[in-house]
Design a protein around this ligand. Structure first.
Ligand code: BEZ
Length: 220
């Protein structure tokens, strides 16, 4: 199977999930999407990840982003595990979890990496834009829980590029200055960024971040 690369159309699939049967592209509608795999239900690190993900759901919905999770466990196991996580973290998991028992989706997305793990998914992350293009891919080992602040940070960065002609420098966090994309001319930059442009070098131009009046997170 051909490896997925950035910019590819995210492969569509039909899946059994905890919210019923879905067709991936149809389910995404016009939203951004994050598809995450984990090695196994009822595993300790995976449990912490899903508890945190449920707690951060508002961060994703406020960024017009739908979250969907996958493992090769059954729907029945997912349901029991969700009840446990909801109880443990005082959350309500609302995002769907795919039961990929036949491993078709895992293999389509290269989530089973047999050198690491014979027959379970590693911790993959795919961010997909509203045109269904793959915009980020991350792969973590089973023993390392993901940093969801980082995933939200990349999502913010991608959306700033998509909607505002901006990029984000190393170690950027919300509120820090932003980099003006190289394909924006100086004349265009003056119109696009009335808050000011700081030219450190002709090829390195920064502008301050401007938030919507009543929101710290809504960049778009
Ligand atoms: C875990 O989720 O805790 C885990 C799963 C597989 C290997 C190591 C840790």
């Amino acid at each position: 199977m051909k490896a997925i690369r950035l910019g590819d159309t995210a492969p569509d699939f039909k899946a059994k999930t905890t919210i019923g049967e879905i067709y991936f592209h149809e389910w995404l509608e016009d939203s951004w999407g994050i598809l995450l795999s984990h090695p196994a239900d009822f595993a300790p690190v995976c449990t912490t990840e899903l508890g945190i993900l449920a707690d951060y759901e508002i961060e994703f919905t406020s960024r017009n982003t739908r979250v969907i999770v996958l493992s090769i466990d059954s729907l029945e196991t997912h349901e029991k595990w969700i009840a446990d996580i909801n109880n443990l973290y005082n959350v309500e998991i609302e995002f769907p979890i795919i039961a990929d028992e036949d491993q078709l989706i895992s293999r389509l997305y290269g989530m089973i990496q047999t050198n690491e793990y014979e027959s379970a998914t590693v911790r993959s992350v795919f961010i997909i834009d509203p045109n269904k293009k793959v915009r980020l891919m991350l792969t973590y080992p089973a023993s390392t829980g993901r940093n969801f602040y980082e995933i939200i940070r990349v999502l913010d960065s991608l959306q700033l590029t998509e909607y505002k002609h901006l990029a984000t420098p190393a170690n950027w966090e919300l509120g820090d200055d932003l980099v003006i994309l190289p394909n924006v001319s100086n004349a265009e930059a003056k119109t696009l960024f009335p808050e000011g442009i700081r030219e450190i070098k002709p090829y390195l131009r920064m502008t301050p971040q401007v938030f919507k009046e009543d929101s710290l997170t809504e960049l778009i």
